[in-house]
Design a protein around this ligand. Sequence first.
Ligand code: ZN
Length: 308
Amino acid sequence: MRYKNIPLDFSKPFDSNALSECAQALSDQYPFLGIGYLGKSILGVDIPYFILGEGKKEILYVGAHHGMEWITSLLLVRFLLDACELAERKKSIHQVPLEFLLERYTLYVLPMLNPDGVGYQIHGVDEANPLYGRLISMNGGSTDFSRWQANARGVDLNHNYDAGFWEYKQIELDNGIENGAPTKYSGECPESEPEVAYLCNFIRFHENIQGILTLHTQGEEIFYQAGCVLSRKQERIAKELSALTDYRLSRTEGSACFGGLTDWCVQRLGLPSYTLECGKGENPLPLTQAIPIYARLRRALFRFPLFF
Ligand SMILES: [Zn+2]
């Protein structure tokens, strides 16, 4: 199915090729939509982000840290498409006039941080992959990559940020993870992975970023604590997001507490950041959930900037 002239297909898995086709079509259709590139993944795949609006206050949305969670990329591209469409027609949504939103804010939308991991999860690993032998061994000797979460060399990107990284190393060892793996291996040091290093630099260099929303699946819950004292703003917005989505507020526990983007932003930068665990079920969530999840999230996606 096509939305307008955009090849956004909610009936099949969404990989980096599908994303770049959408990026091309979106920028053809909406000249006011900017596209930038965060950098390249380990396998040399571009990591695009979109720029919408011209406001001073900047807001960042991030999807697909994890291979099995590409449905979050679909959700963010759909959000962009709706925002562009409404902006073009000077409409409002959820009491947010798009003209006002894009005058006051600049939205950065990064739908897929981990294109290589998403590719492995959807298509498996090709024998021509330069890391083939190592990958099969990291995957326990199996050629079935349908449970792959990490990047191209077995690092779980959402444990690669510099927040409780070394504490996590011990938990990792206790869990028998000493090396690259389908999930939960944090890498040799914080920001060892280019995808994470590029994103951290992007955030460091964009000093006007006010808030970050990161989409994962699944659980219908919001993580916002980071093992530190929280600002009132961080707490207040968490409650508001919970009210907008009807997702419950959760405490991070065990290994989920360390090394994530939200942890790094809250702990190290004091930047309001939230992890939304979208949908419910077993990863990867079935495509039939994409539209219902989007319907439930849309209000929070459009209203999030207004908290700043
Ligand atoms: Zn995730």
